[in-house]
Ligand binder design. Structure first.
Ligand SMILES: [Zn+2]
Length: 106
């Protein structure tokens, strides 16, 4: 079964992430949603949604980027991540407190 693009009425008009490019875009009144038999896979910007000849190449390029990102995350998990030294945090909090004595710390 093929995947398809379903056009939905967009009531939120917020920024979305394009599932093909991985870039954020400002959605319009009509929001394209890439679907397959498992459900909605993600929203598409208009450039991707209405350019059928490039669907496959864009999806393959996006998959390469995600695979590369996944490899980096696996590498970090394999080598281990050390927790931050808390001294710089305390110094930064002290600086923030001096700059804004009335304010709340983030
Ligand atoms: Zn796009």
């Amino acid at each position: 079964m093929k995947a398809w693009i379903e056009l939905q009425r967009n009531n939120a008009l917020v920024k979305e992430w394009c599932v093909m490019w991985g870039e954020q875009f400002r959605s319009g009144d009509i929001l394209p949603l890439l679907c397959d038999q498992d459900g909605g896979e993600g929203y598409l910007c208009d450039d991707c949604a209405y350019d059928p000849q490039n669907y496959a190449s864009r999806l393959r390029k996006r998959a390469e980027v995600l695979e590369s990102e996944a490899a980096k995350l696996r590498h970090l998990a394999d080598i281990g991540v050390q927790p931050p030294d808390m001294t710089p945090r305390l110094m930064l909090e002290a600086e923030l407190l001096l700059e804004n004595p009335e304010g709340e710390l983030p």
